[in-house]
Design a binder for this molecule. Structure first.
Ligand SMILES: Cc1cc2nc3c(=O)[nH]c(=O)nc-3n(C[C@H](O)[C@H](O)[C@H](O)COP(=O)(O)OP(=O)(O)OC[C@H]3O[C@@H](n4cnc5c(N)ncnc54)[C@H](O)[C@@H]3O)c2cc1C
Length: 483
């Protein structure tokens, strides 16, 4: 009997409708939202619905020695979901069941393809709250959020995704199903394997079920805007807010480039003459007005030109919406700067200790001038996590080169200031060398040992997080990651 092909095996396991080879669809699944990252063309896109089907995909791919690239909504910003040539893309979009919401234990159990906003909406109906709120919350999946350990705007007070992941079901490269963690409020049994998989970017296993912790719905919040004559002054205000012991539920920074880009994208009456704007909120119930007054006082002392509170919830929501428009607005800014589809955006994601935020912001301005590239800065200032957005002309190699140089200089500055190369977007393809520099040779070896233990053939999302290990270590067949 002739040996079956991988496609035959997948069709038997999943049915024809979940095994897709249409060239347009394959192209669509080549990459995530990160610019200037390598991406290959997959052999096939699979859309399993159940854990058993994920097991079948992983086992079939392993039998044929073919890599598997897990993908959620492909909103990632580090190239972590980019396909490699000839891979099986394992898309989780059809695994979108919310299996359980338990208001007593305050947990929810979901499949990985559930969209963040769908989970937030479903638990809100029961008076509960799932806090992690990446800017992409209306499209990104819980599986993708867990695999990147996504942050968001309320994380300054409530923490990032990992704080809310109690347990996971993971299909390992061997096809075995591992359950990690717990459903209980407390639990310390064994190594914390749950945290190992959070942020592992699809390189250690495919997450097929997530148990998340929920909180009671927060109190209504009051919102404050502070306008600054420089980004560094806004950065200093953030450090002063922390030093004063205030705990805003949101503390975001937009620089002038972003204010202008957002205003051009969707006019909202933003102060486009300001060098920087801080958006802060307090959700402390009866204390919120006092806390807002404290935030205003600190901003004024740090040199704010103007500080005002949103008059009502509608104005507060509009300000938050302005912040959420930062990404599409900067994409349009880049497109307008370099017409003909040549405007590119290299989105950085550096985090420094809050006390070093002003130095980071000053440094980014210096780097923009030295490298002669426009760089807009936006981000979760309260976490010290900034997104310098570098605008390049893709059609001009010199512009791309200057953009890459600026990117590297920002990474170097972030590490020199005691920070990390990624606050929330992950390593993917974009930051592999900077991760190696950040964690050092021992850290790299430990990462490699974990990867080899869980995925000895190196077939799960190869080339992401770490550069491919020497083949003698992995026993993997030679495979080219297209550039
Ligand atoms: C407009 C915009 C705003 C954004 N704002 C934020 C923000 O505020 N904070 C933030 O942290 N990020 C933000 N991001 C980045 C992105 O949305 C997050 O990284 C998100 O968590 C990715 O989810 P996804 O479903 O799109 O995953 P994908 O991009 O499809 O995948 C991301 C990674 O997860 C892996 N993966 C996906 N599903 C699984 C699974 N089931 N098992 C194993 N691995 C899996 C993939 O292999 C890949 O490595 C933003 C992106 C955009 C476009």
């Amino acid at each position: 009997m002739a040996p079956t092909t991988l496609l035959d095996d997948l069709r038997v396991a999943l049915g024809d409708n979940a095994v897709l080879t249409d060239p347009d669809l394959l192209r669509m699944h080549q990459r995530d939202e990160a610019d200037l990252c390598a991406a290959g063309t997959p052999l096939v896109v699979t859309r399993p619905r159940t854990t058993e089907q994920v097991v079948a995909v992983v086992r079939a791919a392993a039998r044929h020695g073919v890599p598997v690239v897990p993908q959620g909504a492909r909103t990632g910003l580090a190239g972590a979901a980019n396909a490699v040539d000839g891979a099986v893309v394992l898309s989780t979009v059809a695994m979108d069941e919310i299996r359980e919401i338990d208001p007593v234990s305050r947990i929810a159990v979901v499949q990985p393809g559930v969209v963040n906003a769908a989970l937030a909406g479903a638990v809100a109906k029961q008076g509960l709250w799932y806090p992690p709120d990446p800017g992409s919350w209306e499209s990104s999946t819980i599986g993708g959020n867990v695999a990147t350990n996504a942050g968001g705007m309320c994380c300054v007070k409530y923490g990032v995704t990992t704080e809310y992941v109690l347990g996971l079901e993971v299909v390992l490269a061997s096809g075995e199903v591992l359950r990690t963690g717990r459903r209980t409020a407390k639990g310390v049994a064994g190594y914390d394997l749950t945290r190992l998989f959070v942020g592992s970017e699809g390189t250690l296993g495919v997450i097929t079920e997530v148990t998340v912790a929920l909180r009671p719905a927060p109190a209504d919040s009051l919102t404050l805007v502070a306008v600054f004559p420089s980004t560094a002054a806004a950065g200093a205000a953030v450090a002063a807010i922390a030093a004063r012991g205030l705990t805003p539920s949101l503390l975001e920074l937009l620089d002038q480039t972003h204010l202008r880009a957002i205003e051009a994208y969707q006019p909202m009456g933003l102060r486009t003459d300001a060098q920087a704007l801080l958006l802060a909120a307090a959700d402390t119930g009866t204390r919120a007005a006092d806390d807002l007054a404290g935030l205003a006082e600190v901003c004024e002392a740090a040199g704010a030109d103007e500080v005002y509170a949103a008059t009502d919830a509608v104005e507060a929501a509009a300000l938050l919406q302005a912040r959420r428009l930062a990404h599409p607005a900067m994409e349009k800014f880049a497109a307008d700067a370099y017409p003909g589809g040549n405007g590119g955006l290299v989105i950085d994601d550096v985090a420094v200790p809050r006390g070093s935020l002003a130095a980071l912001l000053d440094g980014v301005a210096r780097i923009a001038a030295e490298c002669e590239v426009p760089i807009g800065v936006v981000g979760h200032a309260g976490d010290g996590n900034m997104h310098p957005n570098i605008v390049v002309d893709r059609a001009d190699p010199a512009s791309v080169e200057r953009g890459r140089r600026a990117f590297d200089e920002i990474m170097r500055l972030g590490l020199d200031l005691g920070g990390t190369c990624t606050g929330e977007h992950g390593v993917g393809l974009l930051k592999r060398d900077w991760l190696a520099r950040e964690i050092g040779p021992v850290g790299v070896r430990v990462h490699q040992a974990i990867k080899s233990a869980l995925d000895p053939a190196g077939l799960l999302n190869p080339g992401k997080v770490l550069r491919p290990v020497h083949r003698a270590l992995t026993r993997a067949p030679a495979r080219r990651v297209s550039r």
